[in-house]
Design a protein around this ligand. Structure first.
Ligand code: PEP
Length: 253
């Protein structure tokens, strides 16, 4: 019922040459038969070039960040309207690296989410707990708080045009992924919290898992009923790994 998605967050990696090679390889390997959506998130400066390269095929291109404000005197920032103008379709908001390293709090993330929607793009809202929070049994409370900030500002109906990614902070870039059961538990918490406001929207919403997904563990993570694909960091920089992760998403019912 929900079409799986595999999203590749390239973070602050790549050069014009390495991006071209990676996309060339992906284009050779991707097939529409998989029945999934694939989006890549290059650094801002490479967006246009990657878009040009994928033009006409099924790989979409999104941005890793956005300014919450409209165009104006915000030196160094990029407005949602600008991303839409160059052809971005998706934007990550609330990635844990933005929350942790750049002090983005729930309120700012909610404003970014709203800005992306206002520019008619799809926000991918990232939520997730730290290891300390998990150890203190705070996981459900933390992801619920992060989700609620967006629900309060944009309303549950906004999730009809959005995607959520559960990314436990302790699993990002660490090589230590959540177990399939841990992922499923949190995805189900998120979906039922949304269902309490709108069951239809909750049923249609895609919730991706992110955190050390690789070819070797993708299939077991994606096999969970509430896991609708993945947000992939490190492994998205290898065409071979990324292809195998996409193939794992494709075999899901
Ligand atoms: C991410 O950056 O969103 C991510 C999940 O990274 P990694 O796959 O490298 O853990």
């Amino acid at each position: 019922m929900r079409r799986p998605m595999v999203a590749g967050n390239w973070k602050m990696h790549g050069t014009r040459a390495s991006n071209k090679l990676l996309v060339d390889e992906l284009q050779q390997r991707m097939t529409d038969d998989w029945g999934i959506d694939v989006v890549v998130f290059p650094p801002y400066v490479y967006l246009t070039e990657v878009m040009r390269q994928v033009e006409g095929d099924s790989i979409a291109v999104g941005a890793q960040n956005v300014c919450a404000e409209g165009p104006g005197a915000f030196t160094g920032e990029v407005a949602a309207a600008m991303l839409a103008d160059i052809g971005c379709t998706h934007v990550l908001v609330g990635h844990s690296e933005r929350r942790r390293l750049y002090g983005e709090d729930d309120a700012l993330v909610a404003r970014k989410f709203a800005a992306v929607l206002a520019a008619r793009m799809t926000p991918i809202l990232c939520v997730g707990e730290t290891l300390d929070e998990r150890d203190a049994n705070q996981t459900d409370a933390v992801v619920s708080r992060q989700l609620d900030a967006v629900l309060r500002m944009s309303g549950v109906k906004s999730l009809a045009k959005a995607i959520v990614a559960y990314e436990p902070v302790w699993a990002i870039g660490t090589g230590r992924n959540a177990t399939p059961a841990q992922a499923q538990t949190v995805h189900a918490v998120l979906r039922s919290r949304i269902a309490a406001q709108d069951a239809n929207i909750a049923g249609l919403l895609r919730i991706l898992y992110g955190g050390s997904v690789k070819a070797a563990n993708a299939a077991e993570l994606f096999a969970n009923p509430d896991v609708d694909g993945g947000l992939i960091g490190g492994a998205s920089l290898s065409a071979d790994e990324f292809e195998r992760i996409c193939a794992a998403a494709a075999v899901q019912p």
